[in-house]
Design a protein around this ligand. Structure first.
Ligand SMILES: Cc1cc2nc3c(=O)[nH]c(=O)nc-3n(C[C@H](O)[C@H](O)[C@H](O)COP(=O)(O)OP(=O)(O)OC[C@H]3O[C@@H](n4cnc5c(N)ncnc54)[C@H](O)[C@@H]3O)c2cc1C
Length: 469
């Protein structure tokens, strides 16, 4: 076990490919403990007090980014390939049916980030007595050093307190320990790599396999360090140490669903305040810039949580984004979940959609995580650096402009951590802007569509508008 652990630390952790999921620290007797690092990302730290003589779990095969774990397609095959009517696509993974839709009953949609299907399906699993608890991310206690953490909800009231997306570092070591120690049937909500990690653990750990009955996946662009939340609060006037809460997805009436806002709670000039802003007015919220992104996300090719029983995301398609209340894209892989949807169609508004539409709803994410990843892998291989094995093959065969876009994106995320620390040192957010601005301007210029493409897409939009789509 000692050799495996050393290899895990020397490859995944030391080279910054760790997503901080906490699976390795969840194992009984593990010498690892999850801690936030200086960049506000969870990392496993060696906790020498513990002893690991008794551990019989292979650390390398449970880590979603190690070179010994099986990939999402292999896991998907084991999980879903036997289901009647199942299909496979290289972007969606296995699927029974795909939908765009939202919840009509209760306030799931109002309280949710998107169409509310994420928490609704969790509540149905509870209501139909298929599980006893939902493992998901909720606001932490005031005494915690973080704003959000994984917790377990056993009824709708509890569940609704955890609605909405947390673009924030979370880890599962404590909650998985709880599952191991407390008999019950659970459903787990998580981003793709976290679910992959739980599936890998379940391959080896019978108790986890028995108790975690369902996984609900969230589509994922990338995960953010805690600097993302702090930077938003700071821009609205709350210094990082006084930020007490954040809503990353405040719906704005009469705007496109993609044009949402944020709300922060904290102390400003000695008084508790609640402040909000559309994200378009903020400096750090352009997802394309990838500020404060975990490096692991640059080396992940699973956008749609391919190992989850159902995946929910945002239907970022023009026909749905015009509704500011939000619409989900939904990929169903498990027949039990499919049946729940069939039985409750009157409680939902849903459109069955093709895999092509699912792809289009996340086209930018796929480009970055397939074409862009191939190029990032190529760069690592050229430098003879260790990197995790991926389904995507290393490739240098891209137009030079695309290569520069990917290179500049990597630089933006890496430099954003340094810039934020420099700003914190002098307690002045303007230092962050001055540091990042030349790089952001260069990137914006490079990635702006050419005049010809701009004119063509304007014509396309106008045609679609006239034919009413
Ligand atoms: C880091 C991150 C990146 C994302 N990137 C994309 C993207 O690129 N494209 C896209 O279409 N969608 C993305 N999503 C998903 C999207 O933001 C919504 O979460 C999704 O559409 C579900 O909306 P809903 O209204 O159905 O969910 P809700 O009904 O609001 O339920 C969401 C559920 O997810 C849980 N949850 C929230 N955040 C986390 C978390 N970090 N880890 C585990 N559980 C969590 C909540 O506790 C809640 O139970 C991302 C989500 C996250 C967390």
């Amino acid at each position: 076990m000692k050799e495996q652990l050393d290899e895990l630390i020397n490859t995944v952790v030391k080279n910054d490919y760790c997503i901080g999921c906490g699976i390795c620290a969840s194992i009984e007797g593990s010498p690892l403990a999850m801690k936030l690092d200086e960049n506000g990302k969870y990392k496993p730290l060696m906790n020498i007090k513990d002893c690991m003589d008794e551990i019989n779990i292979d650390f390398l095969s449970i880590c979603p980014f190690s070179s010994h774990s099986i990939n999402e397609s292999e896991l998907g095959k084991k999980l879903f390939d036997d289901y009647e009517g199942i299909s496979f696509n290289e972007y969606t993974g296995y699927y029974l049916k795909n939908y765009a839709g939202y919840v009509k009953e209760g306030d799931f949609r109002k309280k949710g980030s998107s169409g509310g299907v994420g928490n609704w399906i969790a509540s149905k699993l509870l209501q139909e007595n298929l599980v006893d608890g939902i493992i998901h991310v909720k606001p932490a206690n005031q005494k915690d050093e973080v704003l959000f953490k994984y917790q377990i909800s056993c009824d709708n009231d509890e569940l609704s307190k955890g609605a909405k997306s947390k673009y924030y570092p979370v880890e599962m070591s404590q909650v998985l320990k709880f599952v191991k120690e407390n008999e019950g049937r659970y459903a787990l909500i998580g981003i793709p790599c976290f679910i992959k990690g739980v599936r890998l653990l379940a391959e080896q750990d019978e108790i986890i396999r028995e108790r975690i009955k369902f996984c609900i996946g969230l589509v994922c662009g990338h995960l953010k360090s805690d600097m993302f939340a702090k930077s938003i609060g700071w821009q609205l006037g709350i210094e990082p140490k006084y930020l007490k809460g954040i809503d990353f997805r405040k719906k704005l009436e009469n705007r496109l669903a993609s044009d949402y806002g944020v709300e922060v709670i904290g102390e400003k000039d000695g008084k508790e305040v609640i402040l909000n802003s559309p994200t378009r007015h903020l400096y750090t919220t352009n997802w394309g810039h990838g500020l404060f992104k975990y490096n692991a996300c640059e080396f992940c090719d699973d956008v749609l949580a391919e190992t989850a029983d159902i995946t929910v995301g945002d239907a970022w398609l023009p026909e749905y984004t015009k509704d500011s209340m939000g619409t989900n894209v939904i990929i169903v892989r498990n027949p039990v979940i499919q049946q729940i949807i069939e039985n409750n169609k009157n409680k939902l508004w849903i459109d069955e959609i093709s895999v092509e539409k699912v792809y289009q709803s996340q086209a930018g994410g796929f480009r970055h995580r397939r074409e862009g990843l191939a190029y990032r892998l190529y760069l690592k291989d050229q430098n003879n650096e260790w990197r995790p094995p991926k389904r995507v093959k290393s490739n240098n065969n891209l137009p030079s402009k695309r290569k520069r876009i990917y290179e500049e994106r990597t630089k933006l995320s890496q430099e954003s951590f340094k810039a934020f620390k420099a700003a914190e040192q002098v307690n002045n957010f303007q230092v962050f802007i001055d540091y990042m601005d030349p790089m952001i301007k260069k990137y914006n210029k490079l990635s702006a569509p050419s005049i010809v493409r701009r004119v063509l897409s304007k014509i396309k939009r106008e045609i679609l508008r006239r034919i009413g789509r």
